[in-house]
Design a protein around this ligand. Sequence first.
Ligand SMILES: [Zn+2]
Ligand SMILES: [Zn+2]
Ligand SMILES: [Zn+2]
Ligand SMILES: [Zn+2]
Ligand SMILES: [Zn+2]
Length: 130
Amino acid sequence: MSFWCRVLGHRWEGCICRRCSQIRDKKHNYEPVEGKCEQRCTLCGKTEVLPCDWHGCACRRCGAVRDQKHDWISTNECEQVCRICGKEREHHRWQPVDRGVDKCKYCGKIHKLTPDEIMKRDEEWSNGFM
Ligand SMILES: [Zn+2]
Ligand SMILES: [Zn+2]
Ligand SMILES: [Zn+2]
Ligand SMILES: [Zn+2]
Ligand SMILES: [Zn+2]
């Protein structure tokens, strides 16, 4: 601390003393940081995290994406894509058409079962017949 600050008190300008450059954790001159959910004091450089500005599943400011509130649009009967982040989801109504092959009755997509799935299904079926 400088002599004058000791005698007269600090000359605060925002969070910083103009005379001795001491910093206090008060009256920061925050400015938003471009592209981040953060604000930064132009005088002392202290940063503070801001809550994200969520618009559906994405933050308008920093671009963060959360797995919530997607804005789904349908691309066909069974598939949807989020208009905001591009995440995809599908909900097919599978029906077995052959051993190890399912077909969706809505969009006609083919799903090949893995050997494990085939085994499981064979078991289910043989149980069903008993
Ligand atoms: Zn001072
Ligand atoms: Zn500051
Ligand atoms: Zn954000
Ligand atoms: Zn999304
Ligand atoms: Zn389908």
